[in-house]
Design a protein around this ligand. Structure first.
Ligand SMILES: N[C@@H](CCC(=O)N[C@@H](CS)C(=O)NCC(=O)O)C(=O)O
Length: 222
């Protein structure tokens, strides 16, 4: 490893955070050892790094980073190991296209709005009008992904890459709530892709522990 003389990478955030898991998968796929500091986004340590107090954050030597895409770029470029994104212009652009779509359009609907509605509900039962209002946007996300994965083995083409790592932890959450689980059941190509990715060592080794009740809310987002 080119940076073996450097300190170990530290990833900050709990295993339930979907983008925390993305970064952990990226490190494992790259073959980069890391330690994970399990703290909530509300922890002062996170607030001191991320201007909006979000995880993941990371440290490597004197480098301190926030934002999952930036951390993955660093993991990919600073260490030896298999590339996480294609090195050719065409493959890289297609990969960035899907990463951007997950980060800017799919995650905001499925995680920040839908899953957060469940986590914010004191009894775990969100207001039905809130969920109803989200359903069309959620259907659109599932339709776009299922259509893509019908013609492409992985999100960006024939090979597994960082775009799949961006999406996979989010889809793990989709299995846990009723409306999203029902949409997944009607998305056979997403399901096939999910099964393929779930078999990877990086996915198996980052599977969040199963917990119930408020701990889920604490671990996942708050
Ligand atoms: N754009 C950020 C998003 C990070 C993000 O949304 N993190 C969630 C957990 S996966 C979080 O910290 N949520 C806490 C909150 O919203 O208060 C990234 O890609 O790193």
């Amino acid at each position: 490893m080119a940076t073996s003389d450097k300190p170990e990478l530290e990833i900050i955030g709990a295993p339930w955070g979907n983008f925390v898991r993305t970064v952990c998968m990226a490190a494992r796929e790259k073959g980069v050892p890391y330690t994970q500091t399990v703290v909530r986004p509300t922890d002062p340590e996170v607030a001191a790094i991320h201007p909006f107090s979000l995880v993941p954050c990371a440290r490597h030597g004197d480098l301190v980073l926030f934002e999952s895409r930036a951390i993955c770029t660093y993991i990919d470029d600073a260490f030896d190991g298999p590339p996480l994104v294609p090195r050719d212009a065409r493959g890289a652009a297609i990969t960035e296209q899907w990463i951007a779509l997950v980060l800017t359009t799919i995650d905001p609907v499925l995680a920040r709005q839908y899953i957060s509605a469940y986590l914010a509900a004191p009894d775990g039962k969100p207001d039905s009008a809130t969920i109803e209002a989200l359903l069309p946007k959620m259907h659109k996300c599932f339709a776009v992904l299922d259509e893509r994965l019908a013609v492409s083995r992985y999100l960006s083409g024939d090979e597994f890459n960082l775009s799949d790592m961006m999406l996979f932890p989010l889809m793990w959450f989709m299995r846990l709530k009723p409306e999203s689980a029902a949409m997944l059941e009607e998305a056979p190509h997403i399901l096939d892709w999910y099964a393929r990715v779930a078999e990877r060592q990086s996915a198996r080794e980052t599977e969040p522990p199963v917990v119930t009740g408020p701990a889920v809310a604490c671990g996942a987002f708050g």
